[in-house]
Design a protein around this ligand. Structure first.
Ligand code: APR
Length: 252
């Protein structure tokens, strides 16, 4: 089925978007109504929105954390397959996610970059410190929450990269793309840069580029191969095909 897997594979870079978490019950950003959990992105995912109405924005992300930490929200077969790839593959696997949920970590992925930040972390505007939000410390951020580093109150915001802000660890990502021999994009619409441009960087470095998505993304034309379908169907099958190729490449 997957004729796209190159010979002698060593370095794999994977990019995931909201589509990889959709089957875990987490809504994607550009659903049919163009809203994200009944909010316009400009009302909850921009620094201007936070400046305009910090309480609305804090409440929005507090609600997202409750959803993420609820018993019904779990890693799905796609998250688990990507963690299996990282642990079973002989070469190097880097997983770059645009997602702010922690389902990749909970599935077992370790070599992971959250380029748009993390829902389960807070950042202090005053001292810059980021701190984990967990059930023990409380998962909400509100005006009375104090920074554990500088002890100020009212200075915490979600550790999330909003529109107009700089994504995280971009140098590490481009360094990995420059030496990748396989780049796989999973569950992203290709609407938001710089992530949408990673396929171009991968093509320039001679990597084989593959899109696994429910439907054609905005950057479909830049991929050498593409497969349409649900992540929980496509990703486990693709990972098994890569691991079979990896096993056949090993000296007998
Ligand atoms: N399996 C595979 N793909 C899916 C599935 C699924 N079950 N469900 C949805 N998709 C695909 C959709 O077809 C769409 O192309 O996932 C993609 C989700 O696109 P978006 O909602 O735009 O999410 P994403 O691409 O991750 O957005 C990128 O935009 O809003 C900002 O910072 C936010 O990280 C986000 C960035």
């Amino acid at each position: 089925m997957f004729k796209s897997i190159p010979e002698s594979l060593n370095r794999i870079v994977i990019l995931t978007g909201a589509g990889v978490s959709a089957e875990s019950g987490i809504q994607t950003f550009r659903g049919a109504d163009g809203l994200w959990e009944n909010h316009r992105l400009e009302d909850v995912a921009m620094p201007e929105a936070f400046a305009r109405d910090p309480l609305l924005v804090q409440r929005f992300y507090n609600e997202r954390r409750r959803q993420l930490t609820s018993a019904s929200t779990k890693p799905n077969a796609a998250h688990l397959a990507l963690a299996k790839l990282e642990s079973a593959f002989d070469g190097n696997v880097l997983l770059v996610t645009q997602n702010i949920d922690n389902l990749h970590e909970r599935a077992g992925s370790k070599h992971l970059i959250h380029m748009h930040g993390e829902l389960m972390k807070a950042r202090c505007i005053a001292c810059g410190e980021t701190s984990p939000l967990c059930a023990a410390s409380g998962i909400d951020i509100d005006p009375s929450t104090n920074c554990r580093q500088c002890a100020r109150t009212g200075t915490l915001r979600p550790h999330i990269v909003w529109f107009g802000e700089i994504p995280l660890q971009m140098d590490d990502i481009y360094h990995a793309l420059a030496s990748a021999d396989l780049f796989i994009s999973i569950g992203t619409s290709g609407n938001v840069y710089p992530a949408a441009g990673f396929v171009d960087a991968a093509n320039q470095s001679g990597a084989t580029t593959v899109e696994l998505n429910l439907e054609a993304s905005a950057t479909r034309g830049a991929f050498k191969y593409h497969y349409d379908g649900a992540a929980t169907t496509l990703v486990p099958a693709f990972v098994d095909a890569v691991l079979q190729r990896n096993a056949s490449d090993r000296p007998q």
